[in-house]
Design a protein around this ligand. Structure first.
Ligand code: G3P
Length: 225
């Protein structure tokens, strides 16, 4: 499973990128709005963090296919041709995907709430489809199950598309999809930090360190004793 950061807070993304085994960064208009800055300024800094070959996902805001296609061109011109263009999975979005995919544009189909949306996006040439796990849960359905169903649909129909599960609110949702071997998960910084936040880990390390200090003295490590 690819492990992607769903955030555009530059300082926080840098910190998470430095510590965790990440594969890329996803954004959406709401995430970019939190910065209060010009979107391309923020996105260029994110591009620098992930590197020229890293995955960067950027969403279009047009509602019609023509506008989406135009935005895709500008996004790729400014941020690199390998940038994933996130396109909402509406009828107009599918039309844009059908036009852009044969041109070699990396497409992430987004705003996915149902397996049928994901199936159609994959047929239209998307490389990723992004079901919104927690938002689906909030409707009273099971977001994790929807993501699993989508992965099964892709396998059963030989569709070369991956699930990029998004909208996580807790570690359990991430763990369930990791166990299932979902293609990718994009997760906000706070949820990432909670994945391995555990006082038992800190307590175990403290005991190891104080035992070690009892034979070497305080402040020594395996590098200098
Ligand atoms: O980019 C879409 C997705 O990550 C939304 O997440 O937390 O706003 O439901 P959230």
């Amino acid at each position: 499973m690819k492990f992607i950061i769903d955030d555009a807070n530059i300082a926080k993304v840098k910190e998470i990128w430095d510590l965790y085994p990440c594969d890329g960064v996803t954004t959406n208009p709401s995430i970019l709005a939190k910065s209060g800055r010009n979107p391309y300024e923020v996105l260029s800094e994110l591009r620098e963090i992930v590197g020229k070959d890293g995955e960067l996902h950027v969403q279009v805001v047009s509602k019609d296919a023509e506008g989406m296609i135009k935005e895709a061109g500008v996004i790729r011109e400014k941020l690199g041709e390998n940038t994933f263009v996130k396109i909402p999975t509406t009828p107009q979005g599918l039309k844009a995907m059908k036009t852009l995919a044969p041109q070699g544009v990396n497409i992430t189909a987004t705003a996915i709430y149902t397996p049928m949306q994901a199936f159609l996006a994959a047929k239209a040439g998307a490389k990723y489809t992004a079901p919104y796990i927690n938002r689906i849960d909030n409707f009273g359905y099971n977001g994790v199950q929807v993501a699993m169903d989508i992965q099964d649909i892709f396998e059963n129909n030989n569709l070369p598309c991956e699930v990029l599960a998004a909208s996580f609110k807790n570690s359990q949702q991430v763990l369930e999809l990791t166990k299932y071997g979902i293609g990718a998960a994009t997760i906000g910084c706070e949820v990432i930090e909670n994945l391995i936040r555990n006082k038992a880990i800190d307590a175990a390390i403290d005991v190891f360190n104080s035992d070690f200090a009892s034979i070497t003295g305080e402040g020594k490590t395996m590098a200098d004793c």
